[in-house]
Design a protein around this ligand. Structure first.
Ligand code: URA
Length: 240
């Protein structure tokens, strides 16, 4: 990896700004390969050098991948003037500049949201071309019939001309008001609009899976944790 300025490296791995990092460096809080460095201008290769900042070893990773159990009432955005966002919920220990949600869940939808600073990966997992299924559990206002299920599974065109690809639906209960639905697109209010198309309404919606990676059941609403390299492969099955 190319050498980079030390303030840039540290800011990219923490929630501190470059200015805050520079001021701590001046105070003697940085050791690179055992030597105190007092100038932010100096450069290092973060993959080769041992960097200790404020007494902690910097575990460098170019990008970060976070699994969040999104609660109701927060918006899937990086910032918002009025409402609380999913990025606001990420704890300082893992927060970084440049984090964004890879795909949106509605304000009232809960469950698996992936946050990252890796734009290329986000694009790959969201592109319908890559066939990455997102699985949801939906509670419905009325029972869904076999015929309505088949209509939706084959793909539909909404009244405004939006074409929605085929999907998979499983009815989960005897009252036929709870379904598992797998889609590989992420169009605006997609599942709600699909059910509306067959004269039904979604009362509750939760995303439980992205690709083959299920949400960690130990995460309470609003909590998040890092995704490991192996788990990341479960989301996407394309070569990187
Ligand atoms: N479909 C919706 O209608 N809402 C979501 O949040 C996700 C999928």
């Amino acid at each position: 990896m190319k050498k980079q300025r030390l303030d840039k490296i540290i800011a990219s791995q923490t929630s501190l700004s470059r200015k805050e990092v520079a001021s701590l460096i001046k105070k003697g809080e940085l050791l690179v390969d055992g030597v105190v460095v007092l100038s932010s201008d100096e450069k290092a290769d973060p993959e080769k050098s041992e960097i200790i900042f404020c007494g902690n070893k910097l575990g460098y990773s170019e990008f970060i991948y976070i699994m969040m159990n999104k609660p109701k009432g927060v918006v899937s955005a990086s910032s918002d003037k009025r409402a609380k966002t999913v990025v606001d919920l990420v704890p300082d220990e893992i927060r970084r500049d440049g984090l964004f949600p890879a795909g949106r869940l509605d304000k009232d939808t809960t469950g698996f949201l992936l946050l990252t600073d890796d734009g290329e990966f986000a694009h790959k997992i969201l592109s319908p071309k890559n066939h990455i299924f997102k699985t949801y559990i939906a509670s419905l206002e009325k029972p869904i019939s076999e015929e309505e299920k088949t209509t939706l599974e084959k793909g539909i065109t909404l009244a405004d001309g939006t074409a929605l690809k085929e999907c998979e639906i499983k009815i989960l209960d005897g009252t036929k008001t709870k379904i598992e639905i797998k889609i590989r697109e992420g169009k605006f209010h997609q599942i709600k609009r699909m059910l509306h198309f067959v004269n039904n309404e979604v009362l509750e919606l939760e995303r439980i899976c992205m690709g083959n990676l299920s949400i960690d059941p130990s995460l309470k609403p609003g909590e998040c944790r890092l995704i490991s390299e192996d788990e990341k492969k479960l989301i996407s099955n394309f070569d990187e």
